[in-house]
Design a protein around this ligand. Structure first.
Ligand SMILES: NC(=O)c1ccc[n+]([C@@H]2O[C@H](COP(=O)([O-])OP(=O)(O)OC[C@H]3O[C@@H](n4cnc5c(N)ncnc54)[C@H](O)[C@@H]3O)[C@@H](O)[C@H]2O)c1
Length: 464
């Protein structure tokens, strides 16, 4: 993709946001949007709401906000719905999750109470530590998919939505055995009709969304739409997809620090990461099957960033360990510790300790907002299939099976912004800046030379 037709249709009408899984992340996301709509909360952490994007050369001083540069839906256009194991409305769910306190939730109680989950697709083989109260019933998995499609259709009609997107914010499922059922669409649809055990609920939701041409994002490490059969369906129906597993606390740190070690050619001996968390997500992850799914997602990042095959001396033999312990007193206020053993000049050992007292859902909520708005943009822009430019938001970015995912947060960020530039017919930025050294070009020409006031611009105002 080099240049895209920048005549992307505007974001007219209402955008339905359907979320399978309406627990801590979802309720914090929706509460935050409703508070922001009333001017009672700031959408901190959201690129679509706060970040600027530099266009052209530095001396051009063009740095609009992303939301003024690309045609995104506004917060007022969003309408929320979804499915959950529990019948709690979003006010009850947010209260139970305990991420935001009663005083913060009070001004949006009415809006949150009006959002009630629809009956979920449930399969006890895939989630062990929690149970659905009154799940959908169907003879086959195809029946269940059709019920989800009917839910989408009636939500769209009832709320007068112009477009709908789906974002999985449900619990982490146990990974299914990967079989021929996942390899192509025909086999997958047969599997749905035959109740193939390798098709978990998250794939049924993804199938329903993609069959209807909806964009689909996946915030958990579940495979969900990350199998060839569903990529094929996404291509066929013109649906953008992205996943997996929101990049929030520890992995955000890891994918920020590791590129620095590689950039400076510092060696890694070991990285020990441990977490305690006490929310429902922690309870689900306390089951070894669900933990294994999460562990796989968290472990994958270092090798692709450090490239031990290129630098065997520096990164060929490091020890990497990830632990998550369910510790109820902490609720959503997760604490992560990282002990990083590195080596420098003459193999001398050094250590770095990171102690991140984060709030899981507070870090995940802005990611949900950005993904909803960017996926909707992608759909209107005619992009389909895997959206690698949204890797920035994920621990295990979905990409073509023959490629390695990109984990380096700085490359991911550049890729995201360059994709926006391309979509709008602007030049991509490579930051080489060689033309600034050429007196015949750019800043050296009197017409283009920066004006004195522009020199005072702060880093934030340059919007790179
Ligand atoms: N920072 C973060 O919070 C973070 C980061 C990365 C990934 N995630 C992932 O996001 C997901 C949501 O996290 P959370 O903290 O909100 O968890 P949560 O337990 O509070 O909410 C998840 C909800 O999903 C529901 N659910 C599970 N399976 C379902 C199904 N088949 N259909 C409908 N609903 C279903 C559960 O009933 C539960 O209420 C988890 O998979 C988590 O691992 C969260």
């Amino acid at each position: 993709m080099n240049k895209h037709d920048s005549r992307i249709p505007p974001a007219r009408g209402k955008l339905g946001v359907l979320l399978p899984g309406m627990g801590a992340v979802t309720s914090t996301f929706i509460a935050g949007v409703e508070l922001a709509k009333k001017g009672l909360g700031k959408p901190i952490g959201s690129l679509t709401q706060l970040q600027a994007i530099r266009l052209g050369k530095r001396y051009e001083n063009r740095s609009p906000l992303i939301k003024d540069f690309v045609p995104l839906a506004g917060l007022d256009q969003l309408v929320f719905g979804g499915w959950d194991f529990y019948a709690d409305d979003m006010f009850a769910a947010a209260t139970k999750a305990g991420v935001l306190d009663a005083a913060q939730l009070a001004p949006v109680q009415k809006e949150l109470s009006a959002i009630k989950p629809m009956p979920p697709v449930y399969d006890p083989a895939y989630i062990k530590n929690i149970r659905a109260v009154s799940p959908k019933k169907g003879k086959t998995k195809m029946d269940l998919a059709q019920q989800v499609m009917a839910d989408i259709e009636s939500f769209k009609k009832k709320n007068g939505c112009d477009r709908v997107i789906m974002l999985w914010c449900g619990s982490t499922e146990i990974l299914p055995e990967r079989t021929a059922v996942h390899e192509d669409l025909e086999a997958f649809e047969k599997g749905l009709r035959d109740n193939a055990p390798e098709i978990p609920p998250s794939m049924i939701y993804a199938y329903a969304a993609l069959k209807m041409g909806l964009a689909y994002g996946n915030g958990a490490p579940n495979l969900s739409a990350d199998v060839p059969a569903l990529v094929e369906l996404a291509e066929q129906t013109g649906s953008p997809i992205c996943g997996k597993d929101f990049k929030t606390g520890q992995t955000l740190m890891k994918t920020t620090l590791a590129p620095m070690f590689k950039a400076r050619m510092l060696a890694l001996t070991g990285w020990y990461s441990t977490n305690i968390l006490g929310n429902r997500d922690g309870e689900v992850l306390d089951d070894p099957g669900s933990f294994k799914t999460k562990e796989k997602s968290k472990m994958s990042v270092l090798d692709t960033i450090l490239e031990p095959e290129l630098y065997p001396d520096l990164y060929g033999k490091y020890h990497h360990k990830v632990r998550i312990d369910y510790y109820p007193p902490r609720g959503d206020a997760k604490e992560g510790w990282d002990n990083i053993d590195i080596r420098g000049w003459l193999d001398m050992p050094m250590q770095i300790k990171v102690n991140f007292l984060c709030r899981d859902s507070i870090l995940a909520a802005p990611i949900c907002l950005d993904l909803v708005l960017f996926l909707d943009l992608a759909k209107r822009a005619g992009l389909k299939g895997i959206q690698e430019w949204l890797s920035f938001y994920f621990k295990s970015p979905q990409c073509r099976e023959d490629l390695k995912p990109e984990h380096d947060i700085f490359i991911q960020h550049l890729k995201l912004k360059n994709t926006l530039r391309i979509l709008m017919g602007e030049e991509v930025l490579d930051h080489s800046g060689l033309d600034y050294y050429d007196p015949a070009k750019g800043a050296a020409s009197p017409a283009a030379a920066p004006k004195p006031a522009a020199k005072k611009k702060t880093l934030a105002k340059t919007g790179r």
